[in-house]
Design a protein around this ligand. Sequence first.
Ligand SMILES: Nc1ncnc2c1ncn2[C@@H]1O[C@H](COP(=O)(O)OP(=O)(O)OP(=O)(O)O)[C@@H](O)[C@H]1O
Length: 130
Amino acid sequence: MEKQQPTFIRRRLNSFGYALKGISAAFRSEINLRWHVLSAGAAVSAGLYFGLTTVEWVIVCFCIGLVWMAELFNTALEVVVNLVSPEFHPLAGKAKDIAAGAVLVASLTSAIAGLLVFLPYFLALLQKYS
Ligand SMILES: Nc1ncnc2c1ncn2[C@@H]1O[C@H](COP(=O)(O)OP(=O)(O)OP(=O)(O)O)[C@@H](O)[C@H]1O
């Protein structure tokens, strides 16, 4: 008897499951990702406290997503580099350094955007209590 092909929805659900498995694997092996989750938690808490506008929430969400995405790509690239070049090789080092550079760019961009969003709220709070 012919084996039944998984339905479109089943295949989509499987892909979603693999993606979650990947995020969970990266989360378990990468200490940096845990820091990013903590920072995201702090930003969301501050956002709730200050009552950000919709546009400000969009900026905060994009910044969090940008950093997590960069870190996940960086982790995936590190895994592939370790697989294909477990020995020392200048190109392996270069690939890892460039991927780490992408995370740095994403983090700096998010830090600047975060400052622009939150600084006025912090200054207003300081003024209120001074
Ligand atoms: N196979 C290799 N060949 C040459 N240089 C390497 C190799 N592996 C790592 N390096 C160098 O050592 C640095 C640190 O590598 P490592 O794999 O520990 O990544 P990392 O940046 O510490 O990542 P993380 O802390 O996110 O796991 C790299 O950025 C690269 O410069």
